[in-house]
Write a protein that binds this ligand. Structure first.
Ligand SMILES: [Zn+2]
Length: 92
């Protein structure tokens, strides 16, 4: 299970980066609202950045949680990928 890293990180983490918006648009949730960022060990899910699996024993996983109406959308990234995606100077 992932432990909460920062539950109110919206102010300090650029979760509304254009790269994240691109992923949301691709998934069909362009207007979803950011609600929180969670961190923990990899869950075995595929990273949104390039689809590589986030292994439970390797890299820290970041989960970005969004809501759209009653739906919850979770985007998972390797920490490394997330930091790259969150940097507006680099493209996905
Ligand atoms: Zn990744």
């Amino acid at each position: 299970m992932n432990a909460p890293l920062r539950s109110e990180a919206a102010a300090e983490v650029p979760a509304e980066s254009s790269a994240t918006r691109q992923v949301l648009r691709r998934k069909g949730f362009p207007e979803a609202h950011f609600v929180g960022l969670w961190g923990g060990l990899g869950s075995g899910a595929a990273c949104e950045h390039r689809g590589r699996v986030i292994e439970s024993d390797e890299i820290e996983e970041y989960e970005l949680v969004f809501v759209r109406h009653a739906e919850t959308i979770t985007l998972r990234f390797h920490r490394e990928c997330w930091e790259r995606c969150a940097d507006p100077a680099t493209s996905m």
